[in-house]
Design a protein. Structure first.
Length: 176
């Protein structure tokens, strides 16, 4: 059975997948997941683990926090806020920020056209980078965190192997 690891938009599992490939003959499948359902595959068993954006419902789930991401305001390159090196929430108060049900791609497209700003984790802003948008760090918002989650009841030894890789353990570590 293939070892499947989900990852939320902006998470970067590539380096860990590369190490997995060097150490294991078993296939690793990386599966993109949407943030609003990021733990569904873990809970239903279709994913062994997932890189998730916190917070998440941790009931029945182990979670290792991995890293934090800065929040950034994405705006048109013509927006006057580009004159600042960084922004605060008060700087954004006059900017349109209610995007309803628009997809993130459509929101960034609208922002690029000069309508408002959208606040995103830095990695997500980079994924949606365009020549006509830029971003500024939002100084008074907390960072978002990425973590590795799996079911408490999942005793698959591959889970421990992947945890070891994520934590930087060597292939010869006795904890692997």
């Amino acid at each position: 059975m293939t070892f499947r690891v989900g990852f939320v938009t902006g998470a970067t599992p590539d380096k860990w997948a590369r190490v997995w490939g060097e150490r294991s003959k078993e296939r690793l499948e990386l599966v993109p997941v949407e943030q609003d359902v990021q733990l569904d595959g873990v809970r239903d068993g279709s994913l062994s683990m997932a890189l998730v954006r916190l917070p998440v419902d941790r009931d029945g789930v182990h979670l290792i926090p991995l890293y934090d991401e800065l929040p950034v305001a994405v705006m048109s390159i013509d927006n006057t806020l580009t004159l600042l090196d960084e922004v605060a929430q008060t700087d954004l108060s006059d900017e349109h920020q209610d995007w309803g049900d628009l997809s993130l791609k459509d929101v960034v497209e609208t922002v690029a056209a000069g309508t408002g700003v959208v606040v995103l984790p830095m990695s997500v802003a980079r994924l949606h980078h365009r020549k006509d948008v830029t971003h500024r760090t939002v100084t008074d918002l907390p960072p978002t965190s990425i973590g590795l989650a799996w079911l408490e009841s999942n005793d698959d030894p591959r889970v421990q192997t992947f945890i070891g890789i994520v934590r930087g353990r060597s292939a010869n570590s006795s904890r692997d």
